[in-house]
Design a protein around this ligand. Sequence first.
Ligand code: AMP
Ligand code: GLY
Length: 427
Amino acid sequence: MSDKILIVGAGGREHALAWHCAQMPGRTVYVAPGNAGTAREPGVENVAIDSSDLDGLVAFAERTGIDLTIVGPEQPLVAGIVDRFTAAGLACFGPSAAAAALEGSKVFSKEFMVRHRIPTAQHASFEALEPALAYLETVALPVVVKASGLAAGKGVVIATRREQACQAAAAMLRDAAFGEAGRHIVVEEFLQGEEASFIALVDGTDILPLASSQDHKARDEGDRGPNTGGMGAYSPAPVVTPAVHARIMREVMLPTARGLAAEGLRYRGFLYAGVMIDPAGAPRVLEFNCRFGDPEAQVVLPRLASDLPALCRAALAGELAAAEARWRPEPALGVVMAAAGYPAQTRRGDAIEGLAADLPETLVFHAGTRLAGDRIVTAGGRVLCVTGLGPTLREARDRAYARVDRIGWEGAFCRRDIGHRALARED
Ligand code: AMP
Ligand code: GLY
């Protein structure tokens, strides 16, 4: 049988997916559109089709005889890529557009959780500013204001002052700071605890959990500053003890999979629950994503000893109950290197130096990079994710930062404290 895989997307997660898939001999991996890292990866080829060009992607998959497509980012899922591929008789791993609303609409997602008694923060949603402002006068602080639609992890404001919450609501509802995505907002109770990313494969009935992970969403050290798409991650997340794992499965993942099926929503893909775990070990859902995490993929996939495409095929066949994922025991830690200005607009086109320096047990996944002749230049906010593996998380971290320190460009920055919570537990 031919073994041709298409990865849709252009970021670090997609580089990690392509790198992992290409470990299988005899397989060809295509990435649409990919980046400079996937262009240089052995066994991987970039295809110049944007991830929003669903017609182009279907035509390419048909013409090339792709037997499995794995979708990285949320936008094509919400736009219906799985529905389009499925209608053309092509295997495509991900939820339908209707089911992807679990990520695409925070209003839908919160109402879904209420319907299925999935633990989450108390919330109210608004389309008009006046009632939102009136409500914000009554809530306890801090309070969380979220754009309902897709905002690349940036449409969330944790307000410690009432005025700040009102400004966020006004920016979204009156000034359209997030365009369509901010036409509805969710105002939510602030949850205390420690966050973890719980990512699983779902086949409509059964759930195969992947290794746990934790990312750092805030830009600055000490988990301060604006929210980003993620500044670094590590796996496993020690906060997800076996008891917490069992609770997340029982209280979050199973009712979610059952709720989706009961509502007639087709879901054969990654299901990512961002959960807040309180000091008693009780999980509450912060958000659902309908895809792998980024940068979680860059630390989870290097630990996966099983073949992900085989697991995706089992899920598409509804046979996850019999599937098993094997893991390397070594922890992994990934540090995102970003361009000056991120998460706001960043300059592009700076030459990246030091990529050739290899160090054992490290991997460099590209995100916002592009080939310019024979140089690799920056082409986005999050530029690279440098992952280290080691017998302990501390060694994984030291390896990752040793490699980070060899790489640079004008204005590059990263957080130096990735993994601080787990390291404090390790000590
Ligand atoms: P979201 O995109 O909804 O996951 O929000 C982005 C980040 O904001 C989360 O990963 C949390 O770090 C933080 N956050 C979101 N909602 C809450 C909440 N209700 N309580 C505390 N922190 C939150
Ligand atoms: N790292 C967070 C996300 O992928 O949404």
